[in-house]
Design a protein around this ligand. Structure first.
Ligand code: PXL
Length: 285
């Protein structure tokens, strides 16, 4: 069970305000929709600025159809949001915590990196979504490289899954020890707190994640719920970290609460006509 209580988060200035810069995933399992549901559930005021629209294709093995949002429209959303809630806005509860989800193209990465540099948010939580199936490999490779070069150095907290942790660290991850080594390496590269996710990718009865922030190395573990990944787990985990940081939790506390939140959401997942279930953000109620 998550220890987070939405009511405990209300201050004289109202709820903490958080922003996700992410893609829409049309079926509501992942992306900005998962982020907003997580934010609401954890008692923060959520804002989404959309970078792209992903529609799975049931006629093509549910692969991703990816459409980027026009760069000017991404910049317009960021301008509106920071003018309303950003550091110089005069808003009583200033926006200082941002989550980055799927960006999807080098152009979007540059636009978002510019906004991050301009606004200097206290917490930048990066879910380093490296591969969007359905994009041709050349494009995905450029995107991955741009993410590592331009966004990773601006992150204060990063949540790579098994594949992303291997790619960011350059290490092969086969067990908890190598997951720990990868978390340490990614911290050294980025300076960020790292929550590296083993998920269902590592053998054994438990879903194991590793937290490392340069001082504390902690293994977070919960019994696996099935052996198949659930849609929205990664997005919801990073969104829960974001909400908790915005409410004043330490990075380690945020990681623990997020793990509990996601475990409850996977236990109470939602089935559909698609070949994957979706995490239910209300699972911890
Ligand atoms: O789970 C990664 C992810 C993030 N963002 C969007 C997605 C997906 C996976 O489908 O569609 C928009």
């Amino acid at each position: 069970m998550t220890s987070a209580s939405p009511d405990a988060t209300l201050s004289a200035n109202g709820p903490a305000v958080v922003l996700t810069i992410a893609g829409s995933e049309a079926t509501g399992g992942a992306g900005a929709q998962a982020d907003l549901k997580t934010f609401q559930e954890l008692g923060v005021f959520g804002i989404a600025n959309l970078t792209c629209i992903v529609s799975f294709d049931p006629k093509d093995s549910w692969n991703h159809r990816f459409v980027p949002v026009d760069q000017q429209v991404i910049a317009d959303q960021l301008e509106a949001t920071t003018a309303a809630y950003g550091p110089g806005s005069g808003a009583p509860s200033a926006l200082d915590t941002v989550k980055i989800g799927m960006l999807g193209s080098p152009a979007t990465i540059s636009t978002v990196a510019g906004a991050l540099q301009e606004n200097r948010f206290a917490n930048v939580v990066l879910d380093p979504v490296l591969i969007c199936k359905g994009q041709e490999p050349g494009h995905a490779l450029n995107t991955d490289q741009a993410l590592k070069a331009q966004i990773l150095p601006l992150a204060t907290f990063v949540t790579p899954n098994h594949f992303e942790a291997e790619s960011l660290s350059g290490l092969e991850i086969t067990d908890v020890e190598s997951l720990k080594a990868a978390a340490v390496r990614i911290h050294e590269l980025s300076g960020a707190a790292v929550l590296a996710k083993g998920g269902v990718r590592l053998e054994g009865p438990d879903a194991v994640d590793v937290f490392y922030d340069g001082e504390t190395l902690e293994v977070l573990s919960a019994p696996k719920v099935g052996e198949v990944a659930v849609s929205g787990a990664g997005c919801s985990l990073a969104a829960a970290v974001t909400a908790e940081l915005a409410k004043g939790a330490s990075p380690l506390e945020a990681a623990r609460t997020a793990k509990d939140f996601v475990t409850a959401g996977i236990r109470n997942r939602v089935a559909s006509g698609a070949p994957f279930d979706a995490l239910w953000q209300g699972g911890a109620r």
